[in-house]
Design a protein around this ligand. Structure first.
Ligand SMILES: Nc1ncnc2c1ncn2[C@@H]1O[C@H](COP(=O)(O)OP(=O)(O)OP(=O)(O)O)[C@@H](O)[C@H]1O
Ligand SMILES: [Mg+2]
Ligand SMILES: [Zn+2]
Length: 510
């Protein structure tokens, strides 16, 4: 007899329905054959299937089994097909009744017959719902990420035998109720801007960057608070929208990085890259390509501390995704695209000894050394960094009379308000914040004649690139939003231009 059971396959974040057809016939030898482009993990299921079945109380001696995964032209990846394949066998052997074509199953099976968690559950549930399935069975441990999706009944399954009792109507598993509120966790306690002494310029730069989603470079001598400021950033990043939460959680789900403790990404990711990171680790890749750090940083921050210490090859890889907000990974037969709209935040010393440009300490580097160090950040990469700010040494007087500084919560209120203004302005355009404005949207930014003149003189005086010109407008738009102004004024352009003056000071010096 032939049975049919539905499963879900994933290519990147996108899913598709997989029909699992199982054919069973009498045979002298126990043979299981899996056809329809299974990958290694799916093929290995063969070895688990018989043991899991017998440990769940089902004995199928002397049968030959052929399992076909359709459509046959797409490679089936991962271990999520264990469960539907086992059900297909049980159904073909008439141990359970035929399964509804509106039900879909997902899960890895251990030798004991327990259902183990698998990656990509959130993306699979979204796919199942969009394809019109009415119910989905997922590993119990993945239930928290699965149940945020409304419009499909979600069941958590702990073992094959438990699921069989449900299917036979002996002991029902109850459907999970969709809850978003239960899962949205309070923001973890992070560093707070109120502990940072002085550095008003650095704090202001962080606020603007967070409000408009702009890239940020912090530069200065050792111990002035560059790393500290960057670590404070998560405390003022704007709240995530529901769509952003689902989008980011899908990426983490596919990367296998959600857990019962953290079933959804509800606060903007802050991802710190290590200097030893590989190209695949950064951009994504591997046998069944997993999202890289730039995609894990989607909707959040990618932080490079000590930027010039990164291999130039790795730094240059950031250029394309910074422009396109996504990354395409090429594979043997197909290409795969993951979202990668991140804010790049970098910190660095201006030279190997750290004191180049220091008001009182002497730089002990040879001139050639300084330009080589700083030159690791190429012109095109620097051009993409909208806000560049210098963190000078904190004067002793500031340390002595510490005025109570503003808390992150107060700054975040302004950031959220500015983001809200952007969302309303861009409604229906597909863009949601200033940092991602396209050319036509930039053209539409209203500006006073004075602001226009200031911009033109900046452009001529500093020989700015067209990209830098656009980026100054984007930052000025955010500065105007923070000031709750609909029209960009001269002072907004001037401040935005000031945040681009460091490339002159450090990069064009030699
Ligand atoms: N502006 C500041 N306000 C309060 N504490 C500060 C400030 N700057 C530095 N510190 C203190 O000094 C420590 C080192 O600062 P941080 O690591 O941010 O320096 P950095 O600028 O990143 O230096 P490096 O160039 O060596 O990486 C911080 O953990 C903090 O305790
Ligand atoms: Mg540091
Ligand atoms: Zn130096």
């Amino acid at each position: 007899m032939v049975s049919k059971v539905m499963g879900i396959g994933l290519t990147g974040l996108e899913g598709y329905a997989v029909e699992i057809e199982t054919d069973m016939r009498r045979s002298e030898t126990d043979i299981i054959e899996i056809v329809g482009l299974p990958d290694t993990a799916v093929r290995e299921a063969k070895n688990r299937i018989k043991t899991a079945l017998s440990n769940s109380g089902f004995h199928l001696p002397d049968v030959g089994i052929t399992i076909n995964l359709a459509p046959a032209n797409i490679k089936k990846e991962g271990s999520g097909f264990d469960l539907p394949m086992l059900l297909g066998i049980l159904s073909a052997a008439e141990k359970i009744p035929p399964l509804s074509a509106k039900s879909v199953f997902l899960g890895e099976i251990s030798l004991s017959g327990a259902v183990r968690p698998c990656s990509g559950v959130l993306a699979s549930v979204i796919t199942a719902k969009n394809l019109g399935f009415e119910e989905i069975f997922v590993p119990e441990e993945n239930i928290a990420e699965a149940r945020v999706i409304q419009g499909i009944a979600v069941y958590g399954v702990s073992s094959l035998s438990r699921l069989v009792r449900h299917i036979r109507g002996e002991e029902r598993i109850s459907a999970e109720i969709s809850t978003m509120e239960a899962i949205v966790q309070a923001q973890e306690t992070v560093e707070d801007f109120s502990y940072v002494v002085g550095q008003a310029g650095g704090k202001r730069a962080c606020e603007i960057a967070a409000a408009g989603g702009h890239n940020l470079l912090l530069i200065g001598p050792p111990g002035t608070g560059k790393s500290m400021l960057a670590k404070c950033l998560p405390s003022i990043l704007p709240d995530m929208s529901f769509d952003e939460i689902i989008e980011s959680s899908k990426i983490y789900s596919v990367a296998g990085k959600l857990s019962p403790k953290r079933p959804l990404i509800t606060t903007r990711p802050f991802v710190k890259a290590n200097q030893g990171i590989s190209a695949a680790g950064l951009a994504g890749g591997g046998a069944s390509p997993s999202p890289g750090l730039i995609s894990l940083a989607h909707n959040g921050v990618l932080f490079l501390d000590e930027m010039p210490e990164f291999p130039v090859r790795i730094l240059e890889m950031l250029r394309q995704p910074m422009e396109d907000a996504n990354i395409t990974i090429s594979r043997v037969k197909k290409t795969l695209t993951y979202p990668a709209s991140f804010m790049l935040v970098c910190a660095m010393n201006p030279c190997p000894c750290g004191n180049f440009g220091h008001p009182s300490l002497k730089c002990t580097c040879r001139p050639g050394q300084v330009s080589k160090y700083i030159g690791r950040i190429s012109g095109p990469l620097l051009d993409r960094i909208d806000i560049q700010v210098e963190l000078p040494p904190v004067p002793v007087s500031d340390l002595k009379n510490r005025a109570p500084a503003e808390t992150s919560a107060e700054i975040k209120k302004r950031v959220n308000k500015a983001r809200q203004m952007q969302k309303e302005r861009f409604a229906g355009t597909g863009c949601s914040f200033n940092g991602r404005m396209s050319r036509p949207l930039i053209e539409k930014c209203a500006m006073t004649p004075g602001a226009r003149r200031t911009l033109e003189s900046l452009f001529e005086k500093n020989a700015l690139s067209m990209r830098a010109y656009d980026r100054i407008i984007k930052v000025a738009r955010t500065i105007a939003d923070l000031a709750e102004r609909e029209v960009i004024e001269e002072e907004h352009i001037a401040e935005a231009g000031f945040f681009r003056s460091l490339d002159k000071k450090y990069w064009n010096k030699f």
